[in-house]
Design a protein around this ligand. Structure first.
Ligand code: DGT
Ligand code: CA
Ligand code: CA
Ligand code: ZN
Length: 582
């Protein structure tokens, strides 16, 4: 059976490659593929078993997409997609990921300069070939060079944004788990450590059956574009979009040591191996064992391996040899928040936002169904011209919320707003209108090119506004697409601590903002607090809290500093105190 996420993945790839083939002339079709992919991904029934009528009832799925889905389910591939793959090999696709290049330019670079991948592009920039193309010039060339360096896109450092890598890894793991004898298949490496970008995907499958059956299935997956290595227990392929996937098959008894080894990081492993050596042991992917006798000390679970070395189990997200071993030895690791600890979501959109999709009542029902004690509805304020809501609509939303409250006695619904931080740090509306809200998130959505001092000043000024409880997606970055704004972090964090304005931990895989390095710095400022918020525009996105929990771990955030783990009363006091500040 072809899983929903496998089908969705093919549609995403179709969307991406169709953009390359058809340019913006057919933006409509590209968007339809994307919408279709999201509907398939979110569908609660197996799409592979749907009739044509059921398929075309899904948002974004027309007759032509429906027939492509049927084709994939029945034949294992889509002819149109195969054609596009042949036309646009992985190297070329990663070229289009370089910010400032995009599909149109990539096609031009290929046709006019013979540039086929990011390495070619680098070389062409070195030779100053780009600046002579009509409409390009020196400035464009410099920008592209900077983009390649800044984002580490392409060449040897061809890294994939986590949002794409996670999708690919999930598809592959689901397919591998269906092979008889396989007990589990899970991503390891940088993906398990939850880095923003992924070099290659590492997967461990635990199998009690024939490991070669796993490998045969692996190299025949529809996603495979190239087989890089093939062995009974270890293979590697290049998948769609050019990402490499390494797969190891291990026995259940080796899982712990294999997981520690392949999760890394390399630096963390080196520390563990040294600790093993100090005890006369060796640590490798097969076991922690005694040197000389080969007696196995630990291997079955990660916790066994860590315990034998005198350590508590260390969460993958902090295995970077960045102080975690010392903290673990001293019993000073943070107490991390888990999804169960979250008592509310503080950044949620409804269809009042131009980019929102869910009616208010439905969203509130979904929030209540998660067992939350409080939540803030935060549609965009009017300054965000495309997506913002005018005053009258926000006023009627406030009334609608008041009418809904009696139906949800266990959920405190705050009427909030996502305010837009202007160039000068001002936000939407006047003080009086702002005071009518129960809650405020303020975020940067524009003017990404200002100087570090200007950016710092505008964020600080928003933090000082009593109507602002949280700064949303602090840097405004889009992983692999747009770098975040430059900020004088110490100045920003000082004001955060001083005003009680929380820093958002935005759960979107595309954002993961504030980034983990920033979060870790923020933790070092005693008074700074955080909000793990989904910024949901759809009901399914409310479950992105899992990402926020992992990001918070990567940032060493202690649960006690996350405002939406607090009991309702304490949380509401914090909200009120900030809003009443003069
Ligand atoms: P990536 O793929 O660049 O995003 O980062 P990783 O951390 O996934 O690196 P990768 O794929 O080269 O290796 C996966 C894990 O395997 C790595 O985190 C630790 C382990 N590993 C790989 N090579 C070595 C090695 O030479 N020594 C040790 N101790 N561990 C290694
Ligand atoms: Ca890797
Ligand atoms: Ca690897
Ligand atoms: Zn938002």
């Amino acid at each position: 059976m072809t899983s929903n996420s496998e089908i969705a993945h093919h549609l995403y790839e179709l969307a991406r490659l169709a953009t390359l083939a058809e340019g913006s002339s057919n933006a409509f079709r590209v968007r339809a593929y994307e919408t279709a992919a999201r509907s398939v991904d979110g569908a609660s029934e197996p799409v592979s078993e749907m009739t044509e009528a059921e398929l075309t009832a899904l948002r974004g799925v027309g007759k032509s997409t429906a027939s492509k889905i049927r084709e994939l389910v029945e034949t294992g591939s889509i002819a149109r997609l195969e054609e596009l793959r042949a036309q646009f090999p992985p190297g070329f696709v990663s070229l289009t990921r370089v910010p400032g290049v995009g599909p149109k330019t990539a096609v031009r670079l290929r046709d006019e300069l013979g540039i086929k991948d990011v390495d070619d592009l680098r070389a062409a920039i070195e030779r100053h070939d780009l600046r002579d193309l009509p409409g390009m010039g020196e400035k464009t060339e410099d920008n592209i060079r900077a983009a390649i360096e800044l984002l580490g896109v392409g060449g040897k450092e061809n890294r994939t944004p986590i949002i794409e890598a996670i999708r690919v890894a999930r598809d592959v793991c689901e397919a591998i788990e269906r092979v008889p004898g396989v007990e589990s298949a899970e991503p390891m490496g940088s993906l398990r450590r939850f880095r923003d970008t992924i070099g290659d995907i590492d997967i461990i499958a635990v199998s009690t059956g024939d490991p070669e059956a796993v490998m045969r299935r692996f190299v025949e997956l529809p996603i495979v574009r190239d087989i890089v290595g093939y062995g009974a227990r270890k293979s590697a392929i290049v998948g769609a979009m050019g990402i490499q996937i390494d797969l190891r098959v291990v026995e259940p008894v080796q899982f712990g040591s294999a997981a520690v080894y392949f999760t890394g990081s390399k630096a963390h492993n080196i520390r563990l191996r040294q600790m093993a050596l100090d005890r006369g042991w060796t640590l490798n992917e097969y076991a922690l064992s005694e040197i000389g006798t080969g007696r196995v000390v630990a291997s079955q679970t990660e916790a066994d391996v860590y315990a034998a070395l005198g350590l508590p189990w260390i969460p993958p997200e902090i295995r970077e040899d960045d102080g975690e071993i010392e903290a673990a030895l001293a019993g000073e690791l943070p107490i991390f928040a888990s999804e169960r600890d979250l008592k509310g979501d503080l950044h949620v959109h409804t269809d009042l936002s131009g980019d929102g999709h869910v009616p208010l009542g439905e969203m509130i029902e979904a929030l209540a169904a998660r067992g939350y004690r409080y939540a803030a509805i935060t549609d965009h304020g009017e300054n965000l011209t495309i997506n913002g809501a005018p005053r009258e609509q926000l006023m009627s939303q406030r009334k609608a919320i008041a009418r809904l409250r009696p139906r949800f006695p266990d959920l405190t619904i705050l009427h909030g707003c996502e305010l837009n931080i202007g160039r000068d740090g001002s936000i939407d509306y006047d003080a009086e209108f702002l005071a009518g809200f129960d809650f405020g998130v303020a975020s940067v959505h524009s003017h990404f090119g200002l100087s570090i001092d200007e950016q710092t000043a505008r964020v600080i000024s928003a933090m000082r506004n009593p109507a602002v409880n949280v700064i949303g997606h602090l840097t405004g970055r889009r992983i692999g697409k747009r770098p975040g704004i430059d900020l004088n972090l110490d100045a920003v964090l000082e004001v955060a601590a001083d005003t009680g304005c929380a820093i958002e931990i935005n759960c979107h895989l595309d954002r993961l903002d504030a980034p983990s390095e920033v979060l870790r710095r923020a933790m070092e400022h005693g008074g700074v607090v955080f909000a793990i918020s989904t910024d949901s525009h759809r009901v399914s996105e409310l479950a992105n809290t899992a990402n926020g929990i992992r990001l918070a771990r990567r940032g060493w955030i202690d649960r006690s500093r996350v405002v939406n783990t607090w009991p309702r009363k304490r949380f509401l006091n914090w909200v009120a105190k900030k809003r009443s500040a003069a």
